[in-house]
Design a protein around this ligand. Sequence first.
Ligand SMILES: Nc1ncnc2c1ncn2[C@@H]1O[C@H](COP(=O)(O)OP(=O)(O)O)[C@@H](O)[C@H]1O
Ligand SMILES: [Mg+2]
Length: 306
Amino acid sequence: MELDRELLYRLEENLKPHRIEDCIVPITVLDYGEISIVFKIEGRENLVYKRMPLFRSMDEAERFAAMYREYNSLVEEAGLRIPPAETTTIQVSGRPVIVLYLVQQLMPPEAFGHRLIHGFSDDENRALFEKIIKEISKIWGFNRKCMSGIELALDAQLSNWVLHEDQVYYVDTSTPLYRKDGVEQINQNVEAFLKSVPTGLRWIFRKVFINDVIPRYYDPRKVFVDFASNLNNERPDVIPTAIDVINGILEGGNDPITEEEVAKYYEEDRKIWLLFLTLRRADRWAKTKLFRRRYEFTLPLKSSFQ
Ligand SMILES: Nc1ncnc2c1ncn2[C@@H]1O[C@H](COP(=O)(O)OP(=O)(O)O)[C@@H](O)[C@H]1O
Ligand SMILES: [Mg+2]
């Protein structure tokens, strides 16, 4: 994989996170995530770059990169397909931040689940959900079988899956979610992730993240509710199909998922993400306009929940 660190250095040196389109290195943004932006660089057509401006020391960035690599190989061990990836760190001299780039092989943008469902028939959507839910279930199967004290989790939402040449791929490994002997590995990096949260709110996010948000990804039923709920952002009319597929494979001992439950979950989730974006915009305004400082994150113009 030809990462071209020199080009990335030039890009970082020149990049204004709030005016990303003005960059001298020609890039096309594919997506604005909560933490990273995902873009392509002209002339590097088969790669996507996920920019994570989170780190204060090389040690911290390298620790995260090692976790990312380990998580990728564990997810593959569980039987999922993921695109080949590499990492590199860039620090522009004079800036306090170290930017980690997760560089992945480009998958066809039109083959992502959240794009496909708009053109698919009911039967095709059902088949797509069945395929994805089978992949998710491999993670729970791995956890049941695994003897090495490893427990895996994942963010199952549709925009993280690609159907390419009749095979399903999982792309969103940027938040490595796994436990070793019961110890949550991402907790070592919580401070890095909290860089994206306005300073005054970090204490509450730290608590909510560690106690509620992260554990939720390990609970099969909650992951499936989240999967169904997220369809509200794309095609609410397919939610009953998704629920039907999920309930068909839910293990005994779990209550079936209901449409009411999914709707309630979505309302909560939507409120939280919209509030979070509003607070981050206010924080960016204060940092850039009041204090004339650099703000490292690129915020989406519109939330996927709007
Ligand atoms: N390898 C890839 N090829 C093409 N597009 C990608 C790739 N990885 C991510 N994307 C696009 O960027 C979006 C966000 O990427 P993802 O890795 O899921 O990060 P996030 O944590 O922001 O959700 C995806 O939904 C997809 O549209
Ligand atoms: Mg994602």
